[in-house]
Design a protein. Sequence first.
Length: 259
Amino acid sequence: MFARLLILFYAAMSYAVFLVSFVWALGFVGNHDLLASKTIDIGPPSDPVDAVVINGLLLGLFAIQHSVMARPGFKRVWTRIIPKAAERSTYVLLSSLILLLLFWQWRPMPAPVWHVQGAAAVLLTGVQWLGWVIALSSTYMIDHFDLFGLRQALSAMRGAQPPALPFKTPLLYRLVRHPLMLGFLLAFWATPVMSLGHLLFAALSTGYILVGLWLEERDLVAQFGETYQRYRRRVPMLLPRLIGGRRSADADREVGEVR
């Protein structure tokens, strides 16, 4: 019982760290100094070459951790070392800590690439916030608490195994296979003030997202086989078909995104 309580506490603390990193991400990407004192463009100046190297290394560290720890082979080995019920929470905790490190150590490169004002600025800011809303809401469309390790810890507390997630396509998952990543892309690119540092962040993050989705889809095909293949043929990865997209009853029962 003590071990189960410890896993539940660990999962709750990992989720709390994630919430801190998510709020900082809102302020960091959007340069909202009310949410974060250190943002993508606000901070001590540094040498441009040093900034590119350090920022690239920070983003690379996150990409490696986020991708390697998500692979089934790594998880099979990792859960021989830590309890299976704590595997997802550990993934969330390490991802969040690396994000906090990235935000803390980011070197601003404030030289402007574009700076729009007026109605265009309002529109871009609105799209950015829409991206964050899409990213967060898409986690609830599948299973938010499973995605962040809480459901696994609660099941362990009851001495049970968490049931397998059903294969379904709720809401946005009927339009694109990865609405979570679509939301991030909107949040990263839609900005009225695009600095060199922001452009570097958005470009490298986009490259990582595309590589990460390729790896994830390979795992999904291995896990769900022809069911996911049919879903992939019907539903685009990131850009929804606004006109003339094919639909079927089967498509409404197939899943969009698993870790």
